[in-house]
Design a protein around this ligand. Structure first.
Ligand SMILES: Nc1nc2c(ncn2[C@@H]2O[C@H](COP(=O)(O)OP(=O)(O)O)[C@@H](O)[C@H]2O)c(=O)[nH]1
Ligand SMILES: [Mg+2]
Length: 314
């Protein structure tokens, strides 16, 4: 086992920080660390908090973290912001924002910004959550901005997903369009101090009435005012209730199985892609073949078929 992994498992915050940095940088030691800590994961309740920019996810995440701290849990926070140019846990705003939480030794906060592809970011966030899990955090909150596919990917790594929407902005319609309803286990109508709350509630409930997908768990639609903390206790209760429901219904097992399948497939595809490309298309050959395509001496369809046949011959 690597020193970093052993120290992380022994509770070192510095080792946890180092491990997340390794993951974020796709450093060579990252895989060895993840491999070593894997047997020690699975204990944390991973909670995704997602929704449009400015909905109040960060503010709400702070309050949820405090609620779980008050219940005696150690809490990890992974704040993902693909739009931020900063990384390495040094997003100044987040540090200031979470000032009092950052001083709590029972809380570990890490911000991750875009580095490479969004898909990479989703994987890094999931790996960071796993590292916090292994380090003994009973609850890991993963905050993600936006409602695009990468956020859906991140949400799939969570046991419970809270979708945060704001009244009066057509968020309900947007959420339906973005397919975010499918990933929501709980809706938080944040900024409930503003106008338009009953309308958004009615919109969401109308859609939930139509969707019979999870009859045993109807996602509750809750009101929160993250600025003051109003409604957060009820939100935290529903998060805990959702985990209990997953445990009792076998849903936790099936979600985690689906997640493991997706991860195995994604890793195999990535590994395969790299090996095949490296073997079949070194840069000079790629350039030469591209030139033939442009000169109309060959077409890309035939060439691809030939390359694949070459890779898997014999
Ligand atoms: N009026 C009102 N403002 C809020 C509420 N929650 C958050 N805000 C404000 O909305 C802005 C965006 O909040 P933030 O947590 O950074 O949103 P995020 O982008 O979703 O993480 C900040 O100025 C917050 O103070 C709320 O419940 N009511
Ligand atoms: Mg935020």
């Amino acid at each position: 086992m690597t020193d970093t992994a052993a120290d992380l498992l022994a509770g070192s915050r510095r080792a946890l920080a180092r491990a997340i940095t390794a993951v974020e940088n796709d450093a060579p030691e990252a895989e060895a660390i993840l491999r070593a800590v894997h047997p020690h994961t699975g204990g944390a309740h991973v909670i995704g908090v997602t929704g449009p920019p400015g909905a109040g996810k960060s503010t709400l995440t702070d309050h949820i973290a405090k609620a779980f701290r008050a219940a005696g849990e150690r809490v990890g926070i992974v704040a993902v912001d693909p739009s931020s140019p900063f990384s390495g846990g040094a997003i100044l705003g987040d540090r200031i924002r979470m000032g009092d939480l950052a001083l709590d030794p029972g809380v570990f906060i890490r911000s991750m910004a875009s580095r490479g592809s969004l898909g990479g970011l989703a994987r890094h966030a999931a790996d960071a959550a796993a590292l916090m899990d292994a380090a003994g955090m009973g609850v890991v909150l993963v905050e993600t901005v936006g409602v695009g596919q990468s956020e859906v990917d991140i949400a799939r790594a969570a046991d419970t997903t809270v979708v945060v929407l704001v009244p009066g902005q057509g968020d309900g319609v947007q959420a339906i369009k973005a397919g975010i309803l499918e990933i929501a286990d709980i809706f938080a109508i944040n900024k409930a101090d503003r106008d338009g709350v009953p309308q958004l509630e009615a919109e969401l409930n109308a859609v939930l009435d139509l969707a019979e997908r999870r009859p045993a768990w109807r996602p509750p639609v809750l009101r929160t005012v993250a600025k003051t903390g109003d409604g957060v206790a009820e939100l935290a209760e529903n998060i805990v209730r959702h985990l209990a429901h997953l445990r009792e219904s076998g849903g936790l097992e099936s979600r985690r199985l689906a997640r493991a399948e997706a991860e195995l497939l994604a890793r195999l595809e990535e590994g395969l892609r790299r090996r095949v490309v490296a073997a079949a298309l070194p840069p000079e050959r790629l350039a030469a073949l591209a030139a033939r395509v442009v000169r109309r001496e060959a077409d890309p369809y035939t060439l691809t078929a030939e390359l694949l046949a070459e890779c898997f011959a014999g």
